[in-house]
Write a new protein. Sequence first.
Length: 256
Amino acid sequence: MLKDKKVFIFDLDGTLSKSKIPIDRGMVKLLAKLTRKAKVAIVGGGKLALFKKQFLKPLGKERANLSNLFLFPTNGASFFIYRKGWRKEYEIRLTGKDLARIKEVLKKALLEADFEYPKRVFGNTIENRGTQVTFSALGDRAPLPFKKEWNRRRDIRPRIVKFMKKILPNFEVRQGGLTSIDITKKGIDKGYAIKKLMKFLKISKKDAIFFGDAIFPGGNDYSAKKAGIKCVKVSGPKDTKKLLKWVINNWKIEKN
C-alpha cells in the first residue's frame, strides 16, 4: 500500500507520539526526511498551540521542508499551510449558541452515564478550542499514566457519546485519545480534512495514504477510511517509525 504514494497523512496522538507528549528525536528525524521527499499532513484533535508544542517545536531542530507540511488541528476544523510562516487556509468555528448547547447536553450526558468525577483533576475538564469543544475526564493537563489507568478501568465515554449523538444531530461527537470527547460542527472530522487536502493539492485518492491507531468503527480515525483512501492501522509510535524507515530507506518517492 505504500507504493507510489505522494501524500502521507498522520494522526498525531497514539500514532506519532503518546498523548499530548512531544514527538521524540527519532520520529522528528524521520518526518523531516519525509517532508523533503513527499507531502506530509498531520490531523489531530488538539488546537494549533498544542500542534506547535507537540510537533512543530521538536521538528524545528531538523531540516524539514515546511512547504510540504500541512496541519489540520481540531480534527480538520482548521487548516494551516506554510508560506513564510503558518497561514490559515480555513477555520470552521463554533458560535456562542453552539457552545452553550454543547455544554448543556454534555452535562446531561455525564449525569445520564453516571460519570464519576475524579478526586483529582488536572486543568480544565471542558475546553472551548474555538472550532471544537473538548471534554477531558481528568482535565486537559492530566499526566499520561493517570489517563492510561482511567481508560483501562473507568472509560464510559461510549455511553456519553451515544447519548450526545442522539441529542446533537447537527454536530460530530467522537472519542479522542484516552480520556477525551471532541465535538465539532456536523461533517467535520479527519475524513473531511483529507478531502480538503486532496482538493487543495489536486491529487486523487490513490496518491494518498493515512496512518492512525484508531481505524475501526467508532474510532476517531475511522472517518479517514470512509474518505476512501488507503489506511494503515498502527499500534503506536514505534510501529509508525518502522513503516517510515521502510518508506524512506527502500522506496523512491518522487520529489515535489
